[in-house]
Structures are given as structure tokens and as C-alpha cells.
Design a binder for this molecule. Structure first.
Ligand code: F6P
Length: 342
């Protein structure tokens, strides 16, 4: 019997389980066995696997996270790991591997494909920063969580006549900030793509207060930085893919706003709440469609591909193209958001 492997890598994300479930259900229909690789690439280095069947994926659609576990392990980082991946791929008798992840996990998938392994991928990330797909699964859930948080913060902002600064995730792309900010009616939205002009931010807030409003909501993406300043990080250390841990810009931003405007300001950092819990219906359906597409690649032996959403269709794109560059915010969208600033 033929065998396909499946793994989830990078940060956990709502919708991962719907992809896993779709892969397993379709694979079994087509007469394949499925090996679940535990904890991303780490599991393939260590040959830590679990046999999947219809029962292992039963009831997982509404569950957040990933039943396979995940890690930020990079097999290209430590000498010998890449060889172990290749060796174990063979030992496990895999015809192909389905990697579900963001730019890091799929970057590894793309390299391994170029080195001769049969790998395909599905685009995951709350950040929505992968190229060649209109959207990644997980993003819709994240913006809904962030929007709800903004709605709730409005209550305190309004009751206390305060500025509420809401820091959202998104790494070096401002997608979560823009879409959740627009949906939540934010008065200023700050993104990594446009350096923060603190004078302009304060002028917008003052203008709003001058027209009778006594509170404001400022949404800031974790990757945003001041015009004259560096990105704010939580620690100096880099992860296995060379990324810093972002987070914390909300605090210096809140301090500056309070100092310059005199308006009482509070800061909320949403953090991992944005990745937690049950996926939206949109993400469950998108994850399911991506899972089916990746298994379809395997059936057709169409390796080196990533499932992508283009308009309303699921299409195939080369993994290599998807990971080449970060998909940053569409400025047309940001310009619409800006109409509502101040
Ligand atoms: O890529 C998803 C993401 O949540 C980013 O938005 C964030 O910067 C990062 O992961 C946080 O990573 P970790 O879970 O390792 O703290």
C-alpha cells in the first residue's frame, strides 16, 4: 500500500486540524496509508511518528492548534539533520510528504523538493504573509479574534475617555492590523510597511478629540517601528530560521501618545490569543480545500507545489515562488483604512 506523510510546522494556527483531517480522509479513500510526523521537521529528524486513520482525525474540525504538534525546527540549521530527514523519509516508506506551514516550513519543503524529495505544501499562518495565495488559513480566525478584542476595548476607551492602544501580531506584515483595525473601526492603524510618524499620529488623535470624541483606538502591528527607531523585540536571540521575537511596540507607542497629547492611554498586547481556539467556518473550509488539493498533488505526482487560493478557486503554485518574498499589505487597502483615521 502507498504511504503519505503529513506534518505541521511553525507557530500553531487555527485550521491546521482541518487540513490534516482532509488529507487523511482523502488519502484513505484513495487507498493510501498516512504517517503523521510529530512536531514538524523535528519529528522527521527523530523519526517520531504516529499512524493516522479515520479515528485519529474524528472530531478535530473545531479544535485549535494541531493534533500532530509543531516546532520551529529547521533541518538546514544543524549539521546532519537534513540527511536524517532524507534517511527517515526513505525508512518510513513515504511516497510523498505534505508539509503544512508558513514561509519557514514551506521554505524547507521547497529546498527538500529541489534536493529530490517528493514534497508538497499547504499555506498556513495567521500573518497572511505568504506570496502566491490571496489568503492563508488561520488569518480569518485571527482577525475575528482581534476584531472582537477591539470591540471590547471600545467599552473601556469610551467609559474612561482614554486612548486604547491594541498591539496585534503579524510579524513584518500589517495584514492583521489593517483588517482587524478596519473591522473594529480603529482611529489609527500602524503597520510595518509604513514607519510610524508619531507627530502625525498625535495630530490625528487631537483632531478627533477636537471634533468632540473623548476616546480613540489605535491598532499597531508588532512589526511596526518609529520613523527614527528600531523594531521592538522581546529578546536578542534569533530562532532556527533567523527570526527575532517581535512584540512590545505598543508600550513605547502608548507612552509617546500620552506624553505628547496628555490623553490617558492604556496598552493591550493581544499576543497568542490571536492564534488560539476554534477556527472560523471560513478557515475550516479553506483548510479542508487546501488539504484535498495537496493530496491531489500526491495522487498526480505533481510535487514541489503549494495549494493556493486565487479568487474563489484553489490552484497549484510552485513552492519556490510562494516562499520567495513576504507578502506585505496591499497599499490600496491601507489607503481605504486611512480615510477613517482621526
Ligand atoms: O507567525 C505567527 C506568529 O504568531 C507571529 O505573528 C508572531 O510574531 C510569532 O508567530 C510568534 O511566535 P512564537 O509563537 O514562537 O512566540
Amino acid at each position: 500500500m502507498k504511504r503519505v506523510g503529513v506534518l505541521t510546522g511553525g507557530g500553531d494556527c487555527p485550521g491546521l486540524n482541518s487540513v490534516i483531517r482532509a488529507v487523511v480522509r482523502f488519502a484513505f479513500k484513495e487507498g493510501y496509508k498516512v504517517t503523521g510526523i510529530k512536531n514538524g521537521w523535528k519529528g522527521l529528524i527523530e523519526k517520531n511518528t504516529v499512524d493516522m486513520d479515520l479515528e485519529t482525525v474524528s472530531g478535530i474540525l473545531p479544535k485549535g492548534g494541531t493534533i500532530l504538534g509543531t516546532s520551529r525546527t529547521n533541518p538546514y540549521k544543524k549539521e546532519g539533520d537534513k540527511e536524517k530527514v532524507k534517511e527517515n523519509f526513505k525508512k518510513l516508506g513515504l511516497e510523498a510528504l505534505i508539509a503544512i506551514g508558513g514561509e519557514d516550513t514551506l521554505g524547507v519543503a521547497s529546498k527538500l523538493y529541489k534536493e529530490g524529495l517528493n514534497v508538497v505544501g499547504a499555506p498556513k499562518t495567521i500573518d497572511n504573509d505568504l506570496s502566491c495565495t490571496d489568503v492563508t488559513f488561520g488569518f480569518d480566525t485571527a482577525i475575528n479574534i482581534a476584531t472582537e478584542a477591539i470591540d471590547r476595548l471600545h467599552t473601556t476607551a469610551e467609559s474612561h475617555n482614554r486612548i486604547m492602544v491594541v498591539e496585534v501580531m503579524g510579524r513584518h506584515a500589517g495584514w492583521i492590523a489593517v483588517e482587524a483595525g478596519m473591522a473594529g473601526g480603529a482611529d489609527v492603524i500602524l503597520i510595518p510597511e509604513v514607519p510610524i510618524d508619531i507627530k502625525e499620529v498625535c495630530a490625528l488623535l487631537k483632531k478627533r478629540h477636537a471634533r468632540g470624541k473623548s476616546f480613540s483606538i489605535v491598532v499597531v502591528a508588532e512589526g511596526a517601528k518609529f520613523k527614527k527607531g528600531d523594531i521592538v523585540t522581546q529578546e536578542e536571540k534569533l530562532d532556527a530560521f533567523g527570526h527575532v521575537r517581535l512584540g512590545g511596540i505598543g508600550h513605547p507607542l502608548g507612552d509617546e501618545i500620552e506624553k505628547r497629547t496628555g490623553y490617558e492611554t492604556r496598552v493591550t498586547v493581544l499576543g497568542h490569543i490571536q492564534r488560539g481556539g476554534t477556527p472560523t467556518a471560513f478557515d475550516r473550509v479553506l483548510g479542508t480545500r487546501f488539504g484535498i488539493k495537496t493530496m491531489d498533488f500526491v495522487l498526480k505526482k505533481d510535487y514541489g507545489k503549494m495549494a493556493a487560493l486565487k479568487g474563489r478557486k484553489i490552484v497549484a503554485v510552485p513552492l519556490e515562488d510562494a516562499v520567495r518574498e513576504t507578502k506585505t499589505v496591499d497599499m490600496e487597502l491601507y489607503n481605504i483604512a486611512k480615510i477613517f483615521f482621526g
